[in-house]
Every structure is written in C-alpha cells, then in structure tokens.
Design a protein around this ligand. Structure first.
Ligand code: FAD
Length: 417
C-alpha cells in the first residue's frame, strides 16, 4: 500500500502525527508539498523554500524524499495518487478558510483523506465551553480548560521511509534569500528552541516586555510553518507558565478562527464603529514615518526583519486604530504581507483584540503610545536601533523629539500623538 503525506504548514519530521501514521500503515510513503499560487505567501516565500529544502534533507536522510509539485494542491495531490497508486492521503488538520476548503475538496476526491492533529497543542474544537457554544470566546476559561486537557504523546521522527520506485521528486526553486535573522527550516528551529529553552526561558516572565532587551523566543515563524511542534514545545517549556500561556493564546486564536472563518474580514464582535479613511496617514504608518518614534521603530523593524516584537505590535496597531482611527483590516493586511509569522488566525485575532472588536473583555482599555514608550523602552535603545535619525538623542528626548528646540532634521513631525 502507498500513502501520500501532504505537507502544508507542518514542515518537520519530529512529532508529526500524519507522517508517523502514514509510515505505520503503508509500505511506501510519498511526502508531498505543492507550491500553490493560491496560497498568499507575501514575504514568506524565501523562508518557506528554505524550510522545504531542510525538510527534503531530513527525509532523504531517512531514505525518502520530498516530492515537490507546482499548481493547485488538490489537483496535484490527486494526480500523484493516480501516478503512484496511493489510496490514502494523510495530512495535518488546519483551521483557515483556505485550508478547510482544500480539505473538503480533497475529501471529495476518490481517495481516503485522513486528518491528524499537529498544528496546535490542543486541536480546535476539542475544548468546548460548559455554557454552550462551538468555541471559547474568552481566554481565561479557555486557558483553564487547556491546561487540564489530556495531551497526545509526542511522536518521534519515523525510523525510515520508503518511496515508490522511479518517482521524480521534482526541483525545488532556489530561495534566493539574503542571510536573515530567521533562517528557514526544522533544523534551524530546533537549534533555536534548544538554545532558548536553555538560556532564555527562565528570564521570559521578567523580560518579555522589554523592547530593547529583545528577550522573547523569536520562534513564531517556525511555529507558523510547523518547523516546530507546538505540543512538543509546550511540553519542553512546561516549567515556565508565562511562556506556555503564549502558546495557549496561539491555540485560542486558532479555535476562534476555526469557528469564525471570516476572522480576517468581519468584526468578530461588531461595535458599530466607523473608521476614518486617510490614505496619507496610512502610508506614513506603513513606512514607519508617523513622527512618533516608538511607533516608527516597530514598523521599521517589521520592514527590516519581517518580524516585530509583540509589545511593538500592540503599540503600532493601537496607534493605527485608536489614535489615527483607521480600520484594523488595513493594518492587518500590511502585517500579513510582511510578517514571516503572518498567520490568519493570530494576525486577525490580535488585530481585532486591539481594535476592540475581538475577544478582549475590556475593549476600551487605554493605550497611550508615549506612556508605553516610557515603560517598555525607557532607555530609548529600541528606537535608536531602528530609527537612525534619532540615534544621537538622549533618553529624555528620544520619544518626543518634537519638543526639542531644534528637532532632528529628516525626521517627520508627528501625525498625531
Ligand atoms: P514569544 O513571546 O516567545 O511567544 C512564544 C509563541 O507564542 C510565539 O512564537 C507565538 O507562536 C505564540 N504567541 C505569543 N503571543 C501570542 C499572541 N498574542 N497571539 C497568538 N500567539 C502568540 N503572532 C503570530 O504568530 N502571527 C501573526 O500574524 C501575529 N500577528 C499579530 C498582530 C498583532 C497586532 C499583535 C498584537 C500580535 C500578533 N502576533 C502574531 C502575536 C505575537 O506578537 C507574536 O506571536 C510574537 O511577537 C512572536 O514573537 P516570539 O516568537 O518571540 O513570541
């Protein structure tokens, strides 16, 4: 018997239930990835290609390979099944509207589709609130249920793989990517996770909001593409509750997106708010030229690294929706395009949280960027790192340069503060 393992955003061999199941049930296994133009990749393409190259190396070292095809995922999977005589497709169940349409279409093909967990710690829909409803709308009760939920065991990588004879694995495009602080792939992910668990985890609770200290794990792009199993990470990090809680937030937004597939388009809790249209302000925000240093630093970090510190995401997002009054969807689109970890559930869920249309039980909480700057970048070093025009200013002036008798040349005056 031959089984196809359809990889999507689960680009690893460790703790991969779909891969483990295919190896257990079939004599020959075809690991497949389809480069599908329908999946928006934004800036993530190079990272994705590095992940695929690394996955191919791992599968080859186990005696298999990664078969790469290009086109519509469902059509290419069905074609490969016909070519290899595969009767089963094993895949990781996913939550986005796009992924679920793909699953429905695959299920309609003449082939057995088996879906497995692996994208989240606890599968969406596995926990339901006692008061009724198809998902949790509030985080704290979800967290309580999540911590008590029994977990499946972490799967070891398969011992060996066998590919059907004479199958052409297909070429993998060159990532064509300059050296990045985030090299793609499971090997890089595991190296970073090991180092983080050893050296970073214990300082997380105290340091995760320190913008200049940059003491969060930076594992999000790897979790986004499944180079790391969130379950395995949660088990290994169990001693640090603050960190595990963040992994639970990820699951939380995934179960919301699963139940509310329009999360990236429609207000989750409509509040009848009208947004202001201001294309110039929106463009200045996108480029990190708002004239508010803490906001510009975050937005420029995004453009430079394809990643932004969580505290800066909160500050820049709140500035767009609350101070400038611009629709959260415009901001979410920009983030989604540039973030290496850009993910429909986490991005839209967090934007809606900031906009007050999401799952926050206090949707009108105050959010003053200058107070945030004083608290989370007191030295100004975060601003200095990303806004070179201001690098020479002392801590006392760096967050409000417009108050100086001669404001620094080349830096805009604030749109609003
Ligand atoms: P750590 O602090 O080390 O946390 C570990 C992991 O927990 C993260 O890698 C991530 O997978 C998860 N996590 C942490 N915070 C959150 C959260 N608030 N929501 C969901 N998961 C979380 N995260 C994304 O992965 N993709 C996105 O597209 C995304 N968009 C965001 C948009 C806005 C407006 C905001 C405020 C937050 C967004 N986040 C998103 C959440 C969070 O900012 C990032 O996950 C985090 O900054 C990644 O850095 P890290 O890996 O060092 O996180």
């Amino acid at each position: 018997e031959t089984a196809i393992v359809l990889f999507t955003r689960d680009l690893r061999v460790h703790d991969h239930p779909a891969l483990a199941a295919a190896c257990a049930r079939a004599r020959t296994v075809v690991p497949l990835f389809v480069l599908d133009p329908a999946v928006p990749a934004g800036r993530r393409t190079g990272f994705l290609l590095e992940c695929l190259a690394d996955l191919r190396r791992s599968l080859r070292s186990l005696g298999g390979d990664l078969v790469v095809r290009r086109g519509d995922t469902v059509a290419e999977t069905a074609r490969l099944a016909r070519e290899t005589g595969a009767t089963t497709v094993c895949a990781s169940a996913d939550v986005s509207a796009l992924a679920r349409r793909r699953e429905d279409r695959l299920a309609a093909e003449r082939i057995e589709l088996l879906l497995f967990p692996g994208v989240t710690v606890v599968p969406p829909g596995a926990l339901l609130p006692s008061g009724g409803g198809d998902h949790y709308r509030v985080f704290t009760p979800y967290w309580r249920a999540w911590t008590r939920h029994p977990r499946r065991p972490v799967e070891p990588p398969p011992a060996a793989l066998r590919l059907p004879d004479e199958l052409d694995p297909g070429p993998l495009p060159d990532p064509g990517r300059a050296a990045s602080p985030f090299p793609g792939g499971e090997s890089a992910a595991r190296r970073r996770a090991d180092a983080w668990l050893r050296d970073g985890l214990d300082g997380y609770a105290a340091g995760h909001d320190d913008l200049a200290g940059d003491r969060t794990s930076r594992l999000s792009p790897y979790l986004r593409f499944g180079c790391l199993s969130p379950l395995e990470l949660a088990e290994r990090a169990a001693r640090a509750e603050d960190f595990v809680r963040q992994l639970c937030w990820r699951d939380f937004h995934h179960q919301v997106a699963y139940a509310f597939p329009d999360l990236n388009r429609r207000d989750y809790r409509p509040r009848g708010r009208t947004w202001r249209r201001d294309d110039d302000a929106l463009q200045a925000w996108r480029e990190g030229l708002t004239g508010l240093p803490i906001v510009d630093a975050g937005l420029r970090q995004l453009l430079a690294e394809g990643w932004m510190h969580n505290r800066a995401r909160l500050i820049t997002a709140a500035y767009l929706v609350r101070t400038l009054g611009i629709d959260w969807r415009a901001g979410a689109r920009h983030f989604f395009e540039h973030l290496l970890d850009g993910d429909v559930a986490d991005n839209s869920g967090n934007w809606q949280w900031v906009a007050g249309t999401g799952n926050d039980s206090r949707p009108n909480r105050a959010f003053n960027p200058l107070r945030q700057a004083a608290r989370f970048d007191p030295s100004g070093d975060y601003v200095r790192r990303y806004v070179p025009e201001l690098a020479g200013l002392p801590a006392s002036a760096i967050h409000e340069p417009w108050r100086l008798p001669t404001p620094p040349p080349g830096y805009p005056s604030p749109l609003a503060s």
